[in-house]
Design a protein around this ligand. Structure first.
Ligand code: GAP
Length: 536
């Protein structure tokens, strides 16, 4: 499926707009339009309902070691700066970047791709822009231009090795930067912290510096004791949070996939150290199934366990749930959610101070003076198990999802083009969004067939009745065929038409977006029927 078509539908129908578009946009920031805001809100509500409020805390779910509780939190975006020092984000949350002295552009070091090309006795690492879909097609013209050759002289280019990241190149003097004419214009890689810095209060000094949170997780960790003391939860239990996070990504790209402002849906699940591996497997599998249950196809969704080299130093296991987004080369997947076993790393960090791994153990990092580099809160983060009278710092399993990436994945999965009958009964091309009814912006649309004979009045009455329960749309403009097409593109799963028969026998037609099947049901049955179809 072409990404261009999805992007164009998103703009045309009001799912997504570039932020500050009238001023030329701001890279890495997006606005959700009238349809997009409903879709994303439905996604977040579905997650919250399935993970938190609708969770059965009396019965152990399939695959879980025992029953557990779930509660929610909504923490502030700006937190005490010490939070980020102890969590490790202050020192370690960075990417490497390179600057081009010629083009004045900045790139993420690991995202620039190139290939060694030799000609006229010179060997050059020719790179292309990070967002290039197929580097192979762009390297050759760049190499020809650099070596001053014409297209028919392409046989004078000798390629060495296959495509590789700039991060594999040690001598920057041999690199032709993505948008440069001269060799060796890139600076050596430099660290770039991804946290957005801001100033709290009127003084404006460096002491008042704070950060916009780069993840919602830390708000949960620092409130662990508050939740235990205030809500009678018992380990094992989970705390969920949905909220904005901010990362000053060097190269935001691929529509909303990598943005600078985005929303996360995170759970920190607290359990005993002995049971943590079982809980890790439970959450990994449960979260994967959640995406399938809402319509992502198993061919495009995969779960990938990290290998040892990829796993963070504190983690005992991490799996990514990944989706084959259409903007990625065939066979490549992009992360939707990470499920990580974080052991007691976070709670201990906020108790003792920033931790580092030394001789296989996690210890508080000290400076040259032997004092902790970043001091913890000193507050006890342990938990007393009343039944066994044992005190311990719980282990944590963290399923961390991106609401914008998931919204994008559901949009990509839903986009279809097929044939459907028009007003004359002839087959005609149509675009539809085959969104799960729980996610669809509008659950139903109500059409009076004609604007006369009492049909609008019946339609309006039904519309107002349904609106109390669901987000529904009223449309009395144009032919019914055209009205169907508009709703198909918006992903509305059901359309209800009020016609002459309605006036006689109080029935309406209900048309299914996907099967195109139309049947008559009584006006009184519409609400319970929609409830059954949408909520199961
Ligand atoms: N607390 C763990 C954590 O934040 P992460 O893998 O860095 O882990 C979790 O982020 C999820 O947040 C990702 O799987 C992704 O869905 C989303 N996410 C991360 N960076 C993002 C960005 N720049 N734009 C959009 N979504 C992003």
């Amino acid at each position: 499926m072409s990404m261009d078509k999805i992007v164009s539908l998103c703009k045309r129908r009001g799912f997504l707009f570039q932020s500050s578009e009238i001023y030329g946009g701001l890279n890495g920031f997006w606005d959700y339009g009238p349809l997009g805001v409903e879709l994303k809100r439905n996604l977040k509500d579905t997650w919250w309902r399935d993970m938190v409020t609708g969770h059965d805390d009396l019965t152990a779910p399939a695959g879980a070691p025992q029953a557990y509780q779930m509660v929610g939190l909504d923490c502030s975006i700006i937190m005490h700066p010490q939070v980020w020092k102890c969590s490790g984000h202050y020192d370690l949350f960075h990417d490497f970047m390179v600057d081009c002295r010629e083009s004045k552009k900045r790139y993420r070091y690991d995202q620039v791709v190139g290939r060694w090309v030799e000609s006229k006795g010179q060997k050059v690492f020719v790179t292309v822009m990070p967002e290039t879909d197929d580097p192979a097609t762009e390297i050759e013209p760049r190499a020809l231009k650099f070596f001053n050759l014409r297209a028919k002289q392409a046989d004078q280019l000798v390629y060495h090795g296959s495509h590789a990241s700039l991060a594999t190149i040690s001598d920057m003097a041999t690199v032709l930067a993505p948008d440069a004419k001269q060799l060796g214009t890139l600076t050596p890689p430099r660290e770039f912290n991804l946290m957005f810095k801001t100033i709290v209060g009127a003084m404006g000094t460096e002491e008042d510096a704070a950060f916009l949170r780069p993840e919602t997780a830390q708000g949960i960790f620092v409130n662990f004791k508050n939740v235990v003391d205030s809500s009678r939860v018992k380990v094992p239990f989970g705390i969920a949070q949905i909220g904005k996070s901010f990362r000053n990504e060097i190269t935001p790209r691929n529509f909303t996939f990598r943005s600078r402002e985005f929303e996360q849906m995170e759970i920190e699940f607290f359990c005993s150290p002995e049971s943590s591996n079982e809980w890790y497997r439970y959450w990994r599998d449960r979260r994967y199934q959640w995406y399938l249950s809402l319509g992502l196809s198993p061919e495009r969704l995969r779960m990938r366990e990290h290998d040892a080299a990829e796993i963070a130093h504190y983690s005992c296991g991490t799996a990514d749930i990944e989706y084959a987004f259409p903007f990625l080369p065939a066979g490549e997947f992009g992360e939707l959610e990470g499920v990580a076993h974080r052991a007691d790393f976070d709670l201990r960090s906020h108790q003792e101070g920033k931790l580092v791994k030394k001789d296989g153990a996690l210890v508080v990092e000290t400076g040259t003076d032997g004092k902790p580099r970043h001091k913890g809160s000193g507050k006890k983060m342990d938990y007393l198990d009343q039944e066994t009278n044992r005190k311990y710092i719980p282990h944590v399993i963290e399923p961390s999802a991106g609401a914008d990436r998931a919204t994008l994945a559901f949009l990509c999965e839903a986009y279809r083009e097929d044939m459907a009958p028009n007003d004359k009964g002839e087959q005609e091309a149509r675009v539809l969004l085959k969104l799960h009814p729980r996610l669809a912006p509008f659950k139903a649309a109500i059409f009076p067939l004609f604007n006369k004979d009492g049909m609008p009045e019946v339609a309006q009455k039904l519309y107002l009745k349904l609106k109390k329960r669901f987000n529904v749309f009223f449309d009395d403009g144009g032919s019914v065929g055209k009205r169907y097409r508009r709703q198909d593109e918006a992903g509305t799963p059901y359309c209800l038409t009020i016609d002459h028969t309605t006036l006689q026998d109080q029935t309406v037609t209900i048309r299914d977006r996907d099967t195109l099947v139309q049947r008559r049901i009584s006006l009184d049955a519409v609400l319970p029927e929609l409830e059954k179809l949408i909520e199961g």
